[in-house]
Design a protein around this ligand. Structure first.
Ligand code: GAR
Length: 188
């Protein structure tokens, strides 16, 4: 059984899809949620599924060795970032090569990098007048949003779409693909 932790910072609609997808899975078990925001909606979603919640403040996340020790103590095999809005400490990235999956709400390499997360991405896509946007599911390496791409899917935008409309379209793609792409990669 592969043990997977989800890292999330916000509402957790993707985390919720992952919890549902892997419930009673024969070889992948979500054994924890790591959250850096004590007000995040994702916490109650994990609790509802009886998934243990681990809360670390941003300061604690940056404490040398702290997150890595927690992951090792809990025998974590894979990490899935589902709207986790902090950089993963380098020592954790090094200790989990090809074991951390992220979802990004745009077609990388466009609209990636530091500061490009959540609505910032969709507002930039809108401001540039893009005709398409989409999702990128990729492995995490030491450079922000630059790890190996596992999957991309695009969606057409119309001129009248607001940044909020773009966010809705992109989130629907995330929900449709993220769990199955994670499953396929972990079982490879
Ligand atoms: C998702 O759109 C995800 O792609 C994005 O945060 C949102 C979380 O939504 N992640 C990033 O921007 C990472 N750079 P959710 O909490 O409803 O799953």
């Amino acid at each position: 059984m592969k043990k997977v932790w989800i890292f999330a910072s916000g509402g957790g609609s993707n985390a919720e899809k992952l919890f549902a997808h892997f419930k009673n899975h024969t070889s992948i078990n979500i054994t924890g949620l790591l959250c850096n925001n004590s007000d995040a909606g994702v916490i109650s979603k994990a609790q509802k599924e009886a998934i243990p919640v681990f809360q670390l403040s941003n300061a604690a996340l940056n404490e040398h060795g702290k997150l890595l020790a927690l992951l090792h103590e809990n025998d974590v095999d894979y990490i899935i970032l589902a709207g986790f809005l902090r950089k993963i400490p380098d020592e954790v990235v090094k200790a989990f090569p090809n074991r951390i999956i992220n979802i990004h709400p745009a077609l990388l390499p466009k609209y990636g990098g530091k500061g490009m997360y959540g609505m910032h991405v969709h507002k930039a896509v809108k401001a540039a007048g893009e005709k398409i946007s989409g999702i990128t599911i990729h492995l995490v390496n030491e450079h922000y949003d630059e790890g190996r791409v596992l999957f991309q899917e695009s969606v057409s935008l119309s001129e009248s779409d607001s940044a909020e409309d773009i966010a809705r379209k992109v989130l629907a793609l995330e929900h449709a693909h993220f769990p199955s792409v994670c499953e396929k990669f972990i079982l490879e």
